[in-house]
Design a protein around this ligand. Structure first.
Ligand SMILES: [Zn+2]
Length: 438
């Protein structure tokens, strides 16, 4: 049994991590690897041997695969209850299902229950870091902050900006938005591992004054991130160009208010023009690819090559509730399928990169999360490598690490979660008591 307190230990088992050395396919894999975790929740060493100075630490042996915790770089916690809502495209889906649900998060007790449930669920899926959309309500963000105290995830979130294009109960006037943003930024500063992202929902929901204020916040405080949506569907793009007739394209709307920089997380980016790709790359902004959302809502097929050819940082997001699964293995499998439909083949190492180091880079935390390397937080999960059909045969037959990772994305256990335990900062936060062996 691993301590649920912050005590140093060694974990021994099959160990995989990408290495953050600037390439996207450098990795460490060891069939009998060890990782040493210190009392500060940071990784002290990884490799095949325990260094002498740590030889007195407790050793935990596992039959499961040890991998870095995933980064879900785009997800809406208030949309969990509208997951799998039937038969709508983006703008209908927002009106019909999402906005009515988000109105309810002005009630703190309702938000508390939903936030706790959401965080527990992503933890069980092996997610240890997430960029999370909340709602316009300060109490909804507070619920997320408070619920995370016992769960210990590494989070980024913000107050959602909306002052047009939605039901009145989901609009916030600029003066109120300014006041609650200031308070929320201050409150996040006081919480360990809880960053703030300025969060204009998307261009259609924000007046020029609101976008301008968001740009001012980012200008004034270089530690803030910015998260929003872009180029998700053709209807949305047409509506945006009607609302902002002076903008040359969708990205130009954000750029003209100071919202395009290397601190920007843009979700979707499916229907970009060539000029948008170029401006995106020049700014160093990240794209958050949300494949289950894109296929579910029929929004379109993400062009992976459009981004990778320009060395734009790509991360993966579940985008629940437009996305239908919080499970990172499902998200990676869906990204692979979307690329295949465009005639592109994604390397399983690249998919893992996007869901770990790519996400870490998007939230500007690649120095501390995204891979299992000395000095980083010991954010990791244990993964069951068997399938219901043939046990571990697929894993054992797979000749290369690429093939092994690929099998995890597609040969899912039918009846259970693939992740059996999740640790953040070296502390066991959740485990399946039967399957984990802990
Ligand atoms: Zn979204």
């Amino acid at each position: 049994m691993v301590s649920e307190q912050n005590e140093p230990f060694v974990i021994r088992g099959k160990l995989f991590t990408l290495l953050d050395d600037g390439e996207k396919n450098e990795y460490l894999y060891d069939d009998d690897g060890v990782m040493v975790v210190g009392s500060e929740g940071r990784i002290l060493s990884i490799g095949s041997q325990v260094p002498d100075e740590y030889s007195h630490y407790q050793v935990v042996n596992t039959q499961h695969l040890i991998i870095p915790g995933f980064v879900d770089a785009h997800v809406h916690y208030p949309q969990l209850p509208v997951i799998a809502s039937y038969g709508a495209s983006l703008l209908d889906w927002l009106d019909k299902y999402t906005f009515p649900e988000e109105i309810r998060y002005g009630d703190r007790s309702y938000a508390d229950g939903r936030a706790a449930r959401f965080l527990a669920l992503i933890l069980e899926k092996g997610v240890t870091s997430a960029a999370v959309f909340s709602t316009i309500h300060d109490v909804a963000l507070e619920a997320l902050q408070v619920s995370n105290r016992d769960i210990g995830l590494n989070l980024v979130s913000g107050i959602t900006g909306m002052d047009q294009g939605a039901p009145d109960q989901l609009l916030v006037d600029l003066a109120t938005f300014k006041a609650i943003n200031q308070r929320a930024i201050e409150s996040c500063r006081e919480i360990e591992r809880f960053g703030y992202a300025v969060t204009p929902r998307f261009a259609l929901s924000c007046s020029e004054k609101m976008l301008d204020y968001c740009g001012q916040l980012l200008e004034a405080d270089q530690s803030l991130l910015m998260q929003t949506h872009i180029n998700e569907t053709e209807d949305e793009i047409l509506a945006t160009s009607a609302l902002f007739p002076n903008a040359t394209d969708y990205l130009d709307v954000y750029a003209s208010f100071g919202l395009l920089s290397d601190r920007s997380l843009f979700a979707h980016g499916i229907h970009n023009t060539e000029i948008e790709y170029e401006k995106w790359a020049a700014a160093g902004a990240s794209v958050i690819h949300c494949p289950t959302s894109n296929t579910f809502l029929g929004s379109g097929l993400f062009d992976a090559n459009g981004y990778t050819s320009k060395e734009i940082n790509v991360a993966l997001g579940s985008d629940v509730g437009g996305g239908f699964s919080l499970n990172p293995f499902v998200t990676m499998a869906e990204a692979y399928k979307v690329a295949k439909l465009r005639g592109q083949v994604l390397d399983p190492l690249l998919l893992m990169y996007w869901h770990t180091l790519g996400g870490a880079r998007a939230i500007h935390q690649e120095e501390t999360v995204g891979s299992l390397e000395p000095g980083k937080y010991a954010d990791f999960c244990l993964v069951d490598i068997t399938s219901d059909y043939v046990g571990s045969e697929i894993w054992e037959r797979a000749a290369t690490v690429r093939d092994k990772l690929f099998s995890l994305m597609f040969a899912m256990p039918d009846s259970k979660n693939r992740v059996v335990a999740t640790f953040t900062a070296g502390i066991l936060r959740w485990h399946d008591e039967i399957q984990s062996g802990l």
